[in-house]
Design a protein around this ligand. Structure first.
Ligand SMILES: Nc1ncnc2c1ncn2[C@@H]1O[C@H](COP(=O)(O)OP(=O)(O)OP(=O)(O)O)[C@@H](O)[C@H]1O
Ligand SMILES: [Mg+2]
Length: 253
């Protein structure tokens, strides 16, 4: 049964071209909570993010709901409008499309059926968010992610999250490629936005380092498409110390 205030999956299964990837994932994220999803390469973490966000490449069965609304019957943009945001592990470059135009397009799409806001009005909105994120406004004129450093790509994802005002955010390795100062800044921004907006967070990561800043309420381990263990921050520390082998051995009996 889906609760009114949660992002929930029950026995979520996905496959690509007949190959099963997620093999029954049940998860419940409440507003304001931070859930970390860890797991070896190829265990299905990005697939979980993409399946929830509505990537049509995945055939998805089971149930997924956002604040009581069925997600699986919605396409990508409907899920975004319902309040789901995915920060990509590898944000794609879009040559020829400026950051300003891209952001205005997704901002107006998220507002629908309300009418789009004007270019001038959007400039005020985006510059306010960029100021809060201490981002250089020169980014607005560059092509999306083209020639961006790893850190700049992740900052740009954070700006999108700030603009779209989601209810739940899926952060797929938002810490990858960040130096220690950038990691601290992005973690601080995520926590500030969560405090202001109260969204629930699912953060996929390989490292306990970002979790020292984010202080997750729950840590889950995904292995071969199944959540084999859930715990608190101590589980992430144990993974860092011992690696996955022992935990996988303990959890999949
Ligand atoms: N579009 C696709 N076509 C074929 N196989 C896919 C596709 N997307 C994902 N897979 C496969 O699904 C499995 C899980 O991939 P996924 O990217 O979800 O792993 P991950 O846990 O995010 O790994 P990493 O830690 O390396 O990012 C892998 O075996 C991958 O090759
Ligand atoms: Mg991944």
């Amino acid at each position: 049964m889906a609760w009114k205030n949660e992002l929930a999956t029950r026995n979520l299964r996905t496959s690509v071209g007949g190959k099963p990837i997620l093999r029954g994932v049940s998860l419940s994220i409440r507003p304001g909570e931070i859930h970390a999803v860890m797991g070896p390469n190829g265990s299905g973490k990005s697939t979980l993010c993409h399946a929830l966000a509505g990537d049509p490449n995945f055939k998805t069965e089971g149930t997924a709901s956002l604040d009581g609304k069925d997600l699986l019957g919605m396409d990508i943009s409907e899920r975004s409008r319902a309040g789901l945001f995915l920060s990509y592990q590898t944000p794609p470059a879009v040559p020829g499309v400026s950051v300003a135009n891209y952001l205005r397009t997704i901002y107006n799409a998220a507002r629908a059926p309300k009418p789009p806001i004007s270019i001038a009005e959007f400039e005020r909105v985006v510059k306010k968010e960029m100021g809060a994120l201490r981002m250089d406004e020169a980014f607005l004129d560059r092509y999306l992610n083209e020639g961006f450093s790893g850190g700049e790509k992740k900052r740009c994802e954070t700006l999108q999250m700030a603009l779209l005002q989601p209810k739940y955010v899926l952060l797929d390795e938002i810490d990858s490629g960040l130096d220690v100062d950038a990691l601290r800044i992005i973690s601080h921004d995520i926590l500030r936005l969560r405090k202001e907006r109260g969204f629930g967070v699912m953060v996929v990561t390989h490292y306990a380092r970002i979790l020292k800043f984010l202080k997750p309420d729950f840590v889950h381990v995904l292995h071969m498409g199944k959540l084999i263990r859930s715990g608190n921050a101590a589980l992430a520390a144990r993974i860092e110390r011992e690696g996955y082998d022992k935990i996988i051995g303990d959890g999949s009996r």
